[in-house]
Design a protein around this ligand. Structure first.
Ligand code: ADP
Ligand code: ZN
Length: 710
């Protein structure tokens, strides 16, 4: 086995031209019969690492996967690429299991997916022993770690694999990167000096954005209106809010449904199914949603509430853009979320160390949300990667903050806190600064303090913006124990008493908006329209076959079809993600859809009907095939070529006419007064040259100025 075999299989079975970082090294290690431990982010392409060896090595690869719901999809996906794969788990009837077992016996399976329960069950081992196993792949290998949140007791029994099959390599794969988990996996599986493969956890196709949590519903509706037809997930904290938000979206005609643990099995399964099958655009979910799905075309994630740590945040946004296509993430944050968490944490604290760790993690989450430099840097640094450049795909990189001398503003705020003796939170502080006439302010006598009304010139929102910065930069502190009241810190003193300069980020007022976001049908470009046509086709094929649309072709593949507009088999095979099997199964339908669209819309696409004929020629069809494909007369296609050639297009005209033919026509034409009809030429040549050729030769002569009397 070598890399060339692997690359060939990658193209043939998956339609991909090259390996992603690390995939090749991992495959080579497996070919060398070595154990491997693979840490790659979601969407990094872990499956290819064992699927290619499985396909190219003699014998059967056994894949252990804890997610029964995913197994069926994975196997369907492999089958539609022409890989002989099946699965065994408790969802199959005894009879169906028997069928699969017999296939394995007969050596007909390249891959067998099994649940850990099945693998460790009585009687399965002798059965496996009867067949040549070439590789064990342990997917979601972190489930082995008792410390992790996905612990699966059966996984700890997997040690028998190494004992019973000492010569079969094991590859363990996970998207959980921490060291303890890694050590657990290695020890529990008894891996033999495994190769360690740690990919970068960066997901460059995910954009990162954070906004203050004000008027969230309006902002979300606005966001959805500008992302029509794009599947997305909105995460929020409580069951109740999933329902409330979904309802508000539905009232706006948006195709969104709630999802949470309290819904009951059946509605939950249906919600998930409808989302996977592109029947529901948006899921509004508690964090319970997402674990069991592989949907690769989730285009955006919104966090309605602040996640409680960066691990959760990264895992949740990671569910977008698994296909590598650009996807958006948007996080709303507010201090009230923080105080809710702090309360919950404090109530559930069984152990003070644990509590402190959770609080620290929450602080890091908050720092991320309030960052004034590249967010991806913060995120990846948190996960232990050395990432120093500005990513260019987060809101801070796109809109770098501008600083000004904010000393006076800081002094006003700090001095008010000082005079209020640290006994008020952000809202009251702003009321005092702005000289609010509220009864509660007067009752407390706050109108008498010296800074009352000193900040009238700025809006409530501006003050909130600056005070938040003062908190982030350490000039003020939120006392979570004392009702979130704001307190001075050591850093406050030099500002108050020594006039120390405080740089602040400029406030950029949001553009004035209409009262409510309005639905407007989007103007689609022809390319977007073609994408939509292909997406609908994909959906209807998926429906017929009862599998999720992204298993037919990924969004990435559809986008490439739109770019390349393949109308022939050869060209279709060049599209990344089109395997031979899929070409065979779906190629014609997609080719036809593209051609049909182009025939109908060539003007909008800035082309001509002639141009389509030329494209088909360039994609490898001959003129007769072009005529057939386009349902045109052959003569029409010839005249397309002639006209295009005359207009200076790059038509390989000498493929269709030869030197002699040119001479013959040239001779006849030289003797003619006028050349506006073909018939006289045809007759002068005694009917020995067909009209189509004469037409082409004339074009050639015209273009090359060999026609003397013209
Ligand atoms: P993971 O299991 O790591 O989350 P997957 O194995 O599901 O990731 O792969 C994510 C996506 O990337 C899939 O759509 C897969 O087909 C695609 N992919 C994997 N390897 C390649 C490659 N070498 N070239 C192009 N696409 C790839
Ligand atoms: Zn950035």
């Amino acid at each position: 086995m070598n890399v060339r075999t692997a690359k060939k299989a990658l193209k043939k079975y998956f339609g991909y031209d090259s390996f992603r970082p690390m995939q090749q090294e991992i495959i080579e290690a497996i070919y060398d019969n070595k154990d491997s431990l693979v840490l790659m982010p979601t969407g990094g392409g872990k499956s290819i690492c064992y699927q290619i060896p499985a396909i190219t090595m003699p014998g059967t690869c056994v894949v252990v996967s804890p997610l029964i719901s995913l197994m069926k999809d994975q196997v369907e996906g492999l089958k539609s690429n022409g890989v002989a794969a099946e699965f065994l788990n408790s969802s199959l009837s005894m009879a169906d299991q028997r069928v699969v077992e017999e296939q394995l016996f007969r050596g007909e399976l390249q891959m067998l997916y099994v649940s850990p329960e099945k693998l460790v069950s009585q009687g399965f081992l002798p059965f496996l022993k009867k067949r040549k196993i070439n590789l064990f792949a342990i997917d979601e290998a972190h489930c082995i770690s008792a410390w992790g949140h996905d612990f699966r007791p059966e996984y700890t029994k997997l040690k028998f694999l190494k004992k019973e099959f000492p010569d079969v390599p094991i590859v363990a794969l996970t998207a959980t990167a921490d060291k303890t988990t890694r050590q657990d996996i290695q020890a529990q599986l008894g891996l033999d000096e495994p190769g360690l493969f740690i990919a970068s956890f960066d997901r460059p196709n995910l954009s990162l954005e954070v906004r203050p949590g004000r008027q969230r519903i309006e902002q979300i509706i606005d966001f959805i209106y500008s992302h029509q037809d794009q599947p997305g997930i909105i995460y929020c904290l409580s069951r109740k809010s999933t329902e409330k938000i979904a309802e508000k979206l539905q009232q706006k005609g948006i195709n969104a449904i709630p999802y949470h643990a309290g819904l009951g099995d059946e509605p939950r399964a249906r919600a998930q199914e409808d989302f996977i099958n592109d029947k529901v655009q948006i899921i509004v979910a508690t964090i319970a949603f997402g674990m069991g799905i592989d949907k690769s075309n989730v285009r955006w994630i919104i966090h309605y509430n602040l996640p409680k740590n960066l691990e959760n945040y990264y895992q949740e946004i990671g569910r977008a853009g698994r296909d590598g296509v650009a996807s958006e993430t948007l996080l709303f944050y507010s201090y009230s979320d923080v105080s809710i968490y702090k309360d919950i944490l404090a109530q559930n604290a069984s152990n003070p160390q644990h509590l402190e760790l959770q609080m620290l993690k929450l602080d890091r989450m908050l720092q991320f949300a309030e960052a004034s430099f590249c967010r991806r840097q913060i995120l990846l640094t948190y996960f232990g990667e050395n990432f120093q450049e500005n990513c260019g795909n987060c809101d801070v990189c796109k809109n770098p903050p501008k600083y000004f001398d904010g000393t006076v503003i800081a002094q006003k705020a700090l001095s008010a806190v000082y005079r209020l003796k640290g006994q008020v939170g952000m809202n009251v502080l702003i009321d005092v600064l702005r000289g609010s006439q509220k009864k509660s302010i007067y009752e407390k006598g706050y109108q008498n303090i010296k800074t009352f009304g000193a900040g009238r010139d700025m809006s409530n929102f501006e003050w909130q913006f600056f005070i938040t910065q003062l908190i982030n930069t350490g000039y003020l502190e939120v006392d979570y124990v004392d009702r979130m009241n704001l307190k001075l810190t050591e850093a406050s003193m030099p500002v108050l008493f020594q006039n120390q300069e405080v740089p602040l980020v400029k406030f950029v007022p949001k553009k004035k908006k209409e009262k409510a976001p309005k639905y407007q049908p989007v103007e689609r470009s022809p390319e977007e329209e073609l994408f939509e046509v292909l997406r609908q086709l994909r959906r209807s094929i998926a429906q017929e076959r009862g599998i999720p649309p992204y298993l037919i072709f990924s969004d990435a593949t559809l986008h490439e079809m739109v770019r390349m507009q393949p109308m022939t088999d050869d060209h279709m095979l060049q599209v990344s993600g089109v395997s031979q099997r899929k070409l065979h199964l779906f190629g014609n339908q997609f080719k036809e859809a593209i051609l049909e669209f182009k025939n109908r819309h060539f003007r909008k696409m800035g082309g001509t009907s002639y141009g389509i004929s030329l494209e088909l020629l360039n994609q490898g069809l001959n003129l007769k095939q072009i005529a057939e494909t386009r349902s045109l007369a052959l003569g029409t296609v010839y005249s397309h070529m002639a006209s295009l050639y005359e207009e200076g297009e790059d038509v390989p005209i000498l493929r269709f006419i030869n030197e002699q033919e040119i001479k013959a026509v040239s001779k006849v034409v030289d003797k003619m007064e006028e050349v506006d009809k073909l018939k006289p030429i045809y007759e002068a040549l005694n009917g020995e040259m067909e009209y189509n050729k004469i037409r082409l030769v004339l074009a050639y002569l015209k273009k090359n100025e060999k026609m003397l009397n013209n």
